[in-house]
Write a protein that binds this ligand. Structure first.
Ligand code: BV8
Length: 252
């Protein structure tokens, strides 16, 4: 696959690469994006209806069931060639690679990336909704989609319920993690934005941080995004095709 010349020139010259990913970066591994229609029990619900504190406090077992199912899906999916290409790019001599992801799966880590900032948390971390203590117990995840599932009670405080350690709509991002994400963007000499519609803030503001510092921004997304006015170059290609093509062409 031919890489657009201007993108390849930037990739070859980059020494401090930061990759910002959204749900589209996991799509080829089989994890539905947010823009895709919700499947199964949640066909007529939007993520914004379930990924909120209000939804949680209104009906914890319903929200817990949705996340348990998503965790099951994420745990059974495997990283694709795009995840592996990001890791390989980062292992090249003289190149540092930082990943900033909006995704709550662990595909970047399983694809070999080591420096990954999960600005919206992780499906694989859980905490008490009262005392915030991290939950260390083993979760039994349903094999089938279920509509409701009782979350565990917190054994630390005895008052709260265990919730996903995920940033819901209307919740503040972890300042330390988002601070690291901003540093990863400001310290880069190339920002590669992969598979995000660029709708959810403050993460969607990160390409603007790069642009403000004169850092080149390229996008890999087969359909384009709301970030169109913040890009130096947009390549309408899937992550699992475009990223391996770039890495394969670095030495040509
Ligand atoms: C905050 C975890 C303030 C959950 C997520 C009113 C009230 C309160 C807040 C707001 C409000 N109005 C606006 C806001 C701000 C709000 C926001 O931005 N809302 C949007 C809807 C307008 N943001 C927040 O609430 C944030 N917090 O503002 O706090 C505050 C401050 C102090 C104190 C208190 C509060 C928190 C936002 C985080 C929400 N959590 N995720 C979970 O996963 O369940 S967001 C979630 O949705 C994702 O993490 C991601 O960020 C977003 C989905 O976007 P994408 O990842 O881009 O995915 P999408 O499906 O949209 O697009 C996929 C793209 O991939 C497409 O472009 C497609 O073309 C492309 N693609 C498809 N296939 C491929 C591909 N690309 C490449 N290859 C392929 N093969």
């Amino acid at each position: 696959m031919d890489v657009p010349a201007d993108i390849l020139e930037l990739a070859r010259g980059a020494r401090r690469v930061t990759v910002l990913t959204g749900a589209g970066a996991s799509a080829e591994s089989g994890i539905p994006t947010f823009r895709d229609a919700q499947t199964g029990l949640w066909t007529n619900l939007r993520p914004e209806d379930l990924a909120t504190p209000e939804a949680w406090y209104r009906d914890p077992p319903r929200v817990w069931a949705w996340y348990a199912w998503r965790t099951r899906i994420a745990a059974t999916c495997v990283p694709h060639a795009g995840h592996r290409a990001i890791a390989e790019w980062g292992r090249r001599d003289g190149v540092t690679m930082k990943v900033v992801t909006q995704n709550v799966d662990d595909l970047h880590e399983r694809g070999g990336s080591e420096d990954v900032a999960h600005v919206h948390g992780s499906l694989f971390r859980h905490k008490c909704d009262v005392c915030n203590a991290q939950y260390r117990g083993v979760l039994d995840l349903p094999v089938e989609q279920v509509e409701r599932l009782e979350p565990p009670d917190c054994e630390q405080c005895g008052m709260g319920r265990i919730r996903p350690d995920i940033v819901w709509f209307g919740e503040a991002l972890d300042e330390r993690v988002f601070g690291a994400a901003i540093e990863a963007v400001e310290g880069a000499d190339l920002l590669v934005v992969v598979g995000t519609s660029g709708i959810v803030y403050p993460a969607a503001g990160l390409p603007g941080v790069a642009r403000a510092q004169g850092i080149p921004v390229i996008e890999i997304n087969p359909h384009g995004s709301d970030l169109f006015d913040q890009l130096d170059h947009a390549w309408e290609v899937a992550a699992g095709k475009g990223l391996p093509a770039i890495v394969a062409a670095l030495d040509d």
